[in-house]
Structure formats: C-alpha cells, structure tokens
Design a protein around this ligand. Structure first.
Ligand code: FES
Ligand SMILES: [Fe+2]
Length: 354
C-alpha cells in the first residue's frame, strides 16, 4: 500500500467505488470466486465445536461448508456437497443460516453415501456394479481450518498461506485481551437488505455517528475519533466522553479484512461477521463473549440499538445505489481512511485476472 504519506495523498484524491459494484450479479460472482474463496474467514468460536461430531454449517458467501470435530478430536472442514449428485451432508436452514449442530457420521442426506472422518468415500449403499468406480476419487472437497485464540477460521483455497499471515496487526492489538477467559454467550444474526460492502464501509468510519447513532454519540467524543488502516486491519480510536460509567468502547474496535470485526466492551466482546448473501442482501452475525459472572445486558442492548440504526441507513443507501442516479462520490480524508483502505483492496482483487 506504500508509505503513510502516499496513502494520505491517494486518499485526498480518492473517489468511492462505482455504484455498479454494489448491485451487479457479475461482480458478486467475481467476489465469491476471487475474494471469498481465497481469504481466511472466521466461522465460529471453538466452544461451539466441543466434542466428537460437533459441527458448524453455513452458506459462506454462497459456498455451503461445514467444520466438524471428528471422533479423533481433529477439526476438519469440507464443502457440504456430496460427490454423487451434490446432496447435502449436513445442510443448513432454508434461509442458508446454519450454526452449531451435532453430526455423528458423515452420511449424505440424499442417497445415503457414507464418508469417513477424513472425508473419504467409505460406502455407496445399493449402488450397483458401476465400471471404473474409484471411491478414492470421490472424497469430499476439503477446506483449510485453523484457530486463532479460540476463533475458528476456514479458507477454501488449499494453496493459500497460513492464517497467521492473514491476521496482520490483529494479534498484536489483541495481545493483552483475556480472550481465552471469555465464554460464548450467544449468536445473534440479522438479515439486512444491502450489499455486504455497504455494511462493511459503514462499520469502517465514525463519520456517521452524530447523525445515525444518538445514544452512542452521547457516549463518544467524536472530536477525538480516529481511524487507522493498514496490514489487513482497520482500528477505531473512540474516546468516551467524561462520566460514561460503562464504556461501549473499551480500547479496541478492530476490523479484519474482508468481513469480520472485534468490538471490545468492559467485560467481554462481540465478534461481528458481515456475510454476503446476494448483491442486495447480507447477514450480520454476532458472537457475544463475556467473562464469567459479567452482566451482558447493557452491551447487548446498545449493540441491538446501534445495529438497527446501521441497518436502516445501510438499506436506504443500498436503495439509492440501485436507483441509478449515483455513480461515484468522494471520501473524507479526515474520517474515511478505513473505507479507502477497504475499497483499494476490493479494486485490486477485482482487477486480478479471473
Ligand atoms: S447426492 Fe449424496 S448420495 Fe446422492
Ligand atoms: Fe454505525
């Protein structure tokens, strides 16, 4: 990305991404192929995969996948697509939302093919005498799975570099947080009628706080608000106004490319996943974690309120992006370094040969 001065100079001249990128089926398909099937993506907290057969399934940017703890204790990930005629092994809800479940063995739900713990085809019941039928050539398609401090990530690209390299500045920023001491409180998801980038960009700036989030604005001193972008991460510095008893911002709000954010509260945190569903629809999924004995009430109610406010503004922006009058705009050098960083990465990925 060049030097800091170079970044600022480019930001001072920057135009936003064209509106077409927020509504086109072709761009969405390109993002699935060139971005979401290449990057490390957070899917779960490790406590959701406790014990043999514990499984998380979901449609990750349109890719049905699952991660399961085998009877041997090993976490493995696969595309949830049977090699016979593409049936589901685990499946998700009708709306594509998955989540935790228990899967004692890997048997396809369509015609009952059975795969072993490592995804190799073990049995194709009552199949008949097929010629040149090689079960070894019909294993489930695997994913890379790795852990960072209790969070489970997958990468659909088996050639991609290690998770550690993709985490950028995050491990350093989070090194003093007692992440392993927190318990998963709950998962909460919200369907939002906007492109996933619309919501990510909204997360990446505090410029809208005075106009969109009245309660948050009473707590945060927007004059001292700063955003820093680089090395895969965007961080917010959002100082509380004096006399805020339970700060909603406690030292770290960090977003990790392409679609996950960590919001640290007084006694816990939320991890926020921004999941594409279609060009005009996405899903926010929160994992709330708190320390033992903490009262999560305030943090949850503030989060609910802020998410509703963000949903309303992002859906209005999406409607306008789809209307056709707007093509590109300009970015604020004071407030939108995070948006610029994200948009620069998106431009670069979409420019790669398919
Ligand atoms: S599609 Fe899986 S057994 Fe037929
Ligand atoms: Fe917001």
């Amino acid at each position: 990305m060049g030097t800091e001065g170079d970044f600022q100079r480019r930001l001072a001249r920057a135009e936003t991404l064209p509106a077409e990128l927020y509504r086109s089926e072709d761009v969405f398909a390109q993002e699935r192929r060139q971005l979401f099937s290449k990057e490390w993506l957070l899917v779960a907290h490790v406590s959701e995969l406790d014990g043999p057969g514990a499984t998380i399934s979901e449609r990750l940017a349109g890719w049905p996948i699952f991660v399961r703890r085998g009877r041997d204790g090993v976490l493995r990930g696969f595309h949830d697509v049977c090699r016979h005629r593409a049936g589901p092994i685990v499946g998700t809800g009708a709306d594509g939302t998955g989540g935790p479940c228990r899967v004692p063995r890997l048997q396809c739900r369509y015609h009952g093919w059975v795969y072993d713990e490592a995804g190799r085809l073990e049995r194709a019941p009552d199949f008949g005498d097929a010629e040149a039928f090689d079960p070894r050539a019909l294993a489930l398609t695997p994913l890379q799975v790795d852990l960072w401090r209790g969070f489970v990530f997958v990468c659909l690209d088996l050639e991609a570099g290690p998770l550690e390299a993709a985490l950028g500045r995050l491990p350093g920023l989070a090194q003093d947080l007692p992440l392993e001491g927190y318990r998963l409180h709950r998962r909460v998801s919200h369907r939002i009628r906007c492109n996933w980038k619309t919501y990510v960009e909204n997360y990446l700036e505090g410029y809208h706080i005075p106009y969109v989030h009245p309660r948050l604005h009473r707590e945060i001193d927007v004059k001292g608000y700063e955003v820093r972008a680089g090395e895969g991460v965007v961080t917010h510095h959002a100082p509380s106004r004096p006399r805020v008893a339970e700060p909603v911002y406690d030292g770290l709000w960090a977003w990790l490319f392409p679609n996950v954010a960590l919001n640290v509260y007084g006694e816990g945190l939320s991890v926020e996943r921004m999941l594409p569903v279609s060009p005009g629809e996405m899903c926010i999924e929160y994992l709330f974690l708190f320390s033992e004995g903490a009262d999560p009430g305030d943090a949850l109610s503030m989060c609910q309120e802020v998410t509703e406010e963000d949903r309303a503004i992002c859906e209005a922006v999406q409607t306008n992006l789809e209307a056709g009058v707007y093509d590109t705009g300009r970015l604020s050098p004071r407030h939108e370094a995070g948006v610029f960083y994200f948009q620069s990465r998106i431009r670069e990925i979409l420019a790669r040969p398919a």
